[in-house]
Design a protein. Structure first.
Length: 189
């Protein structure tokens, strides 16, 4: 419901299961793990702290965002229901060692899907080297775009974009190797 500021802290694990909306600031802090499993709408600044893991499974909106965690995990359940940050001002990420984008095991992969994981006025503390993808369909590839104000994940079906099968490339290499071997054998005295 509507409140004047939200603050929550937990010794080990903190899970947010119901929608949160405030016209003020919010601060959520867990001793190890913080899970946001509902929508959040914070008109002011939002501070999220979880030394081990912060998992985001739904849309989190705020004016400012400060995240302090070792592991940021975005959960994608459906093309329209997934973890994301929508920040009008600065989104700052501190002490991040890795970011995981995890697709639900029953996710229906479709060519051309795009996920705006973070939209912000500006973003600090992220790089593409931090990201990994879990449960990606083997017939798809992904592109991660990190800009000053957005992080977007795009899915592309392998066959729809002319990516050759690995076996075709191996056959070409094998044929070239065989031709080179025959040529060397012919030129030996």
């Amino acid at each position: 419901g509507e409140r004047r500021g939200v603050a929550a802290a937990a010794g080990a694990t903190l899970s947010i299961a119901g929608p949160v909306s405030t016209s003020s600031n919010a601060s959520l802090s867990a001793g190890t793990r913080l899970t946001i499993d509902s929508t959040m709408d914070v008109d002011g600044a939002l501070a999220l702290t979880a030394p081990e893991t912060l998992q985001v499974a739904h849309q989190v909106k705020s004016h400012q965002l400060a995240v302090s965690t070792d592991h940021l995990r975005f959960q994608i359940d459906t093309p329209s229901d997934y973890g994301a940050f929508d920040v009008t001002g600065l989104a700052a990420f501190d002490s991040l060692r890795y970011v995981t984008v995890a697709f639900d095991r029953d996710f229906d992969f479709v060519d051309g899907l795009q996920f705006d994981l973070i939209i912000a006025g500006s973003i600090e503390g992220l790089s593409a080297s931090l990201f990994s993808i879990e449960n990606l369909d083997p017939f798809f590839r992904y592109a991660l775009t990190i800009e000053a104000d957005a992080v977007r994940l795009s899915l592309m079906a392998l066959d729809a974009h002319g990516v050759p099968e690995p076996t075709a490339g191996l056959l070409v290499l094998a044929a070239l190797a065989a031709a080179a071997w025959v040529r060397v054998r012919r030129h030996r005295p």
